[in-house]
Design a binder for this molecule. Structure first.
Ligand SMILES: Cc1cc2nc3c(=O)[nH]c(=O)nc-3n(C[C@H](O)[C@H](O)[C@H](O)COP(=O)(O)O)c2cc1C
Length: 345
């Protein structure tokens, strides 16, 4: 007979080996949030922290990696946005600083970027938004995949985590380690994705209210107060002026963005703006907005990016406690599965 804890370790063994951790839970990179303190705290607690490079310049990234290395001897990764104008240099910085895992996010990485990242000696993790792209990324050399559903916080695709898991896990799980992200807030959900073939999971929203997280107290309060339905995708007024979908808490900023799109489109129709100019104005609306919410605490006008699992965030707690709770819930779920029918009844 296998005990529930052993069963859990079997289920995510490949994920633990791939990451070099006790538990196969990645703390998904969050711009302005996933810096040295949160990343080191997640890794020190047995999970896998990931630095969000975001728009950092190469020198700034090097400084953040070095600072994180002073806070933890455990493995952690670096998340690079593929559109960054200095992507190649950022990859080189990760190589120079012996980063073990590079996560390429924010659009499909080129084969050349994956190759360059692998040549540093790092394991390369890519986001796969559909089965055909998952196959392409693996052919290009990705060592592992993250599949992230629309329930997630931050930039999102259109498909639910549960559907992506059914589409991608049966085909890809035997080829490379696959981690599931988006809408995961409890251990029971982790177990169900592991049983479907995932080797681990990635959570972002649940780590925002970690005691070690540097986000402004008002940002954390907004998370604690919010329900799942408050975390909504960006509204688009006119398909001719596409907006990048981001899931965030509804606030004055999200209301104002709808009005702003109407105003800009009105000015375009009145001949005051070229289409390109109008599109750029719309795109610039949110510039600096995540920083304003996370660092300055302006949760009314800033972008309070959050996933639907925000409803499961009820208090501030240390990373070790968050991870222990997830593992306990996973073990409880597995205990129920192995219990005799009489005990369940
Ligand atoms: C505030 C916030 C900022 C984020 N920033 C990034 C980012 O810079 N790069 C990235 O790849 N993902 C980013 N994400 C996504 C997370 O890494 C993670 O994949 C996601 O939060 C997982 O889904 P969950 O929110 O349902 O836990 C962000 C998420 C949040 C909530």
């Amino acid at each position: 007979m296998t005990f529930p804890r052993e069963r859990l370790d079997q289920l995510w063994q490949r994920g633990r080996e791939f990451l070099g951790t006790d538990v196969a839970i990645l703390g998904g990179a969050m711009s302005w949030i996933s810096e040295r303190h949160l990343v080191a705290a997640i890794s020190n607690a047995g999970g896998f922290g990931v630095i969000a490079c975001g728009s950092m310049a190469p020198d700034r990234l090097a400084e953040e990696i070095a600072a994180t290395q002073t806070l933890t001897a455990k493995p952690f990764g670096v998340n690079l946005i593929t559109m960054h104008p200095e992507l190649d240099r950022l990859i080189d910085v990760c190589g120079e600083m012996r980063v073990g895992h590079i996560v390429l996010a924010g659009g499909l990485p080129s084969g050349a970027a994956i190759k360059r990242a692998r040549e540093t000696g790092a394991k390369v993790v890519c986001f796969a938004p559909a089965l055909v792209l998952a196959k392409k990324l693996v052919r290009s050399g990705a060592d592992a995949l993250v599949i992230e559903g629309t329930e997630a916080g931050g930039h999102i695709g259109p498909v639910a985590t549960s559907v992506l898991a059914q589409e991608i896990l049966p085909e890809m799980a035997a080829r490379v380690p696959v981690f599931v992200a988006g809408g995961i807030g409890r251990g029971e959900a982790i177990v169900s994705y592991l049983e479907m073939g995932a080797v681990g999971v990635q959570l972002g929203t649940r780590f925002v209210c970690a005691s070690e997280c540097v986000a402004h107290p008002k940002f954390k309060q907004a998370f604690i107060r919010a329900a799942a339905r408050d975390a909504v995708p960006t509204a688009q007024v006119d398909p001719a002026f596409p907006v990048i979908p981001v899931r965030a808490l509804a606030n004055e900023g999200t209301k104002r963005f709808v009005e702003f799109q109407h105003e800009v489109i009105h000015r375009y129709r009145a001949g005051e703006l070229e289409q390109k100019e109008a599109q750029l104005e719309i795109e610039h609306f949110w510039a600096g907005a995540l920083r304003r919410a996370v660092i300055d605490g302006d949760v009314e006008n800033g972008s309070v990016m959050a996933g639907q699992s925000v409803g499961l965030v009820t208090r501030e707690a240390p990373c070790a406690e968050i991870l222990a709770e997830l593992v306990d819930q996973a073990i409880a779920a597995l205990t129920l599965r192995t219990a005799s029918p009489e005990r369940v009844a």
